[in-house]
Every structure is written in C-alpha cells, then in structure tokens.
Design a binder for this molecule. Structure first.
Ligand SMILES: [Zn+2]
Length: 121
C-alpha cells in the first residue's frame, strides 16, 4: 500500500499546550502544507480547565518548542489566551528582573507585581 505510506508522511504530530493552565492537551496530526507559524494558537477543549481555551502549538521540529512555551507561560506572556507580539511588549529598564527579556516585560498578564511597572490608566 504505497499510497497509504505517502499519505501518512504528509502529516506531523503537534502537541498543544493550554495557555490558561499550562498543561499539555491533545495532540493532533497536522498536514505539513498547512502548518502555521511557530507557536500558533488554536482554540481547543482543555480537559483540565473544563472549557475551550487557546492552546499553543508545538511541533516536533518547529522553532517553537516545549521550553519556549513553558517560559512564556511561566513569565505570563498570555493574556486571555492571546500572546502579545514581542514588538508590542512594554519596554522595561529593570534589567535584573526575571520577567525582563531583552529589555521588554514579558509579564503581559501582570501576574507578578514588580513594583516597577507604571500603573495602568
Ligand atoms: Zn487548561
């Protein structure tokens, strides 16, 4: 069944991580040609949250890996399931802060009160 082998080769398995609880959700096959950019977000049902949440896609050979997701999740990069582009993150002069990545504040969801960030208006 050569046809079947060819068909399977066009798919890779992606893992999806919930942006609300950080746990790994269901994996699913993705057609190679239709893959999105690294860290693509997709709405899926999370069995831990008990509802549909955005999940970050991690591909086996992608530029965005599990460590990337875990870091973004830990630092609070996701806000309401959305990830703010790095270019739009607040710049921060507090270089020794663990949430400061290359001069920008990755704590988008403000889970950490650093005392340095300007108050929201
Ligand atoms: Zn979840």
């Amino acid at each position: 069944m050569g046809r079947k082998t060819d068909y399977r080769r066009e798919f890779t398995i992606s893992d999806f991580f919930c942006t609300e609880c950080g746990r790994r959700g269901l994996s699913c096959g993705r057609r190679v040609g239709s893959q999105r950019e690294a860290g693509h977000l997709k709405k899926l049902y999370c069995m831990y949250c008990g509802k549909e949440t955005n999940h970050a896609e991690v591909r086996p050979y992608g530029a965005y890996n599990v460590e990337d997701f875990e870091e973004e999740f830990r630092l609070g990069r996701f806000v309401d399931g959305q990830k703010i582009p790095i270019a739009e993150l607040m710049s921060c002069s507090k270089r020794d802060c663990e949430y400061n990545k290359d001069g920008r504040c990755w704590n988008s969801n403000h889970s950490f009160d650093c005392g340095h960030r300007p108050k929201e208006v």
